[in-house]
Design a protein around this ligand. Structure first.
Ligand code: ZN
Length: 146
């Protein structure tokens, strides 16, 4: 029996494997995007709006920086046991021009990455327990991009 797939963090992304999207908010007054979602008021110092709508963010962006993490991060981060080193990428979203951090999909090697390349969002397992697969967003080199 296949395990249940649940989001590792509720409400931060759409659980849609075919078209994964991060969920942010956009200020309807000044157009500033926020991720994670800002729900009380716009953080743009020049704007006093409290009208924020939930929007799906660009699933693509440009690789701004990356590094590999060979040590488990401190709690509250959840990592598989035994710890498996992973790559962290900072990607500048195509439309929003904001940087979103995420792990890189496990099959991608650090030598496959170069700053400036196009990346796309995917959903992958963060960790598994007896009850479920806990799913998180990850970045991978975009298909059809060089
Ligand atoms: Zn605003």
């Amino acid at each position: 029996m296949a395990k249940k797939r649940v989001p590792a963090i509720d409400g931060w992304f759409a659980m849609d494997t075919a078209e994964p999207r991060l969920l942010g908010t956009k200020c309807s007054s000044c157009g500033t995007y926020f991720f994670p979602k800002e729900s009380s008021f716009c953080r743009n110092p020049g704007c006093s709006s409290t009208d924020l709508e939930e929007v799906p963010l660009s699933p693509r962006g440009v690789l701004w920086s990356f590094t590999n993490n060979c040590y488990p991060p401190p709690k509250p981060y959840v990592t598989p046991d035994p710890f498996v080193p992973y790559i962290v990428a900072a990607v500048e979203l195509e439309r929003e021009k904001m940087i979103v951090l995420g792990q890189v999909a496990g099959d991608v090697k650090i030598g496959d990455l170069a700053a400036g390349m196009e990346m796309e969002l995917c959903l992958d397992t963060l960790f598994e327990d007896d009850a479920a697969e806990h799913i998180i967003w990850k970045w991978r080199p975009a298909k059809g991009a060089q």
